[in-house]
Design a protein around this ligand. Structure first.
Ligand SMILES: *Cc1c(COP(=O)(O)O)cnc(C)c1O
Length: 349
């Protein structure tokens, strides 16, 4: 069985989603104004709503999650400072060198297990104030963790890390691009995670399915400072309520349905784990991301062969593939994708 080339099962990312008709309708009807002047009523509504969900004073709308994270890094630091990040964190791994180029900070990498580190790891990285050392200012946490395979941070672990960070006068930023997924997976409200952080970034354009947009949430003082860096980085936008309306629609209508993505990911992982050569423990799949290894096969070539049969996945390392369920993936796509995976893998052994 080969899928029609125009209708592949696209598991490369949860960023590939198309806006739904209802979302397009909401965007078409959006009231707008010049948001740099603070005049866009739809942006103001979105910012108020996301701040409310996260239990923070206020929020600022941004064109991307990368910008939201980099605004936070810049807002919490001065050039020459050091920040602590997990070695596979998006802020460090996927943001084009932003911390060095935009904030002028050094990244000190902490070792993580599926992206999750411990309070002891933070303590071990800290040094006493001394003229030799860059001042450490910020700890970044990513929940769920993208390269960790959509892993969810246990709340107690976050609380432990936050306690150590506060003890040493450090600030905390949460990259919550997929915080929605963590909350749906655990039942723990977003605000309970967010309470441990000075700033939190969230994405509307991943699992929630909006075409564009993220937000950075925090105290009034923090977000006011971050707004200046949004302008500096070129992210001050004008009649952007058209975009914010899609994000607002996604926030109100697409959060609960993430459970479907999680169920599809689990079913996919169960099936994949039974195929020849696949190394994958389905118990590690907690949300919408499935990371697998295939013994002895370069993943770029494998991804290419799957693509030719109508299943699109991403090679995220020499020996790792990533499949991400999303709004466009139906439950019946899972057995169809598994059949194609099976066919391609059986030709290899
Ligand atoms: C996707 C993602 C972001 C933001 O990405 P943009 O494409 O810039 O919106 C940030 N953090 C994590 C963990 C992500 O997966």
């Amino acid at each position: 069985m080969t899928r029609h080339p125009n209708h592949p099962i696209d598991l490369r990312s949860d960023t590939i989603t198309q806006p739904t008709p209802a979302m397009r309708e909401a965007m078409a009807r959006a009231e707008v104004g010049d948001d740099v002047f603070g005049d866009d009523p739809t942006v103001l509504r979105l910012e108020a709503r996301v701040a409310e969900i996260l239990g923070k004073d206020t929020a600022v709308f941004t064109p991307s999650g990368t910008m939201a994270n980099q605004m936070a890094v810049r807002a919490h630091t001065e050039p020459g400072d050091e920040i602590l990040v997990e070695a596979n964190a998006h802020v460090y791994f996927y943001e084009a060198g932003g911390p060095a180029a935009l904030a002028g900070v050094m990244c000190r990498c902490l070792p993580g297990v599926r992206g999750i580190f411990t309070a002891t790891d933070v303590e071990a990285a800290l040094r006493p104030p001394n003229q030799h050392f860059p001042p450490t200012k910020l700890v970044c946490v990513e929940n769920t963790h993208n390269r960790g395979g959509g892993s969810v941070w246990p709340l107690e672990r976050i609380q432990d890390v936050a306690a150590v960070a506060r003890q040493h006068g450090l600030r905390l930023h949460l990259d919550g691009a997929r915080l929605w997924n963590a909350s749906v997976a655990t039942g723990i409200p977003e605000r309970d995670y967010a309470a441990n952080f000075d700033s939190v970034s969230v994405c509307f354009s991943k699992g929630l399915g909006a075409p564009i947009g993220s937000a950075l949430c925090g105290s009034r003082e923090c977000i006011q400072r971050a707004r200046r860096f949004r302008k500096m980085f070129g992210g001050g936008m004008r009649q952007v309520g058209i975009i914010a309306a899609g994000a607002l629609h996604a926030l109100e209508h697409h959060r609960a349905r993430l459970a479907e993505d999680h169920a599809n990911a689990r079913a996919l992982a169960e099936g994949l784990s039974k195929l020849p050569g696949v190394e994958l423990d389905p118990a590690t799949v907690q949300t919408n991301i499935v990371v697998l290894k295939v013994k002895g096969t370069p993943t770029a070539a494998l991804a290419h062969r799957l693509d030719a049969q109508g299943v699109r996945v991403l090679a995220t390392g020499l020996d790792t593939l990533r499949a991400v369920t999303n709004l466009m993936v139906k439950p019946e796509d899972v057995p169809a994708a598994l059949e194609i995976f099976g066919q391609v893998l059986r030709t290899l052994v």
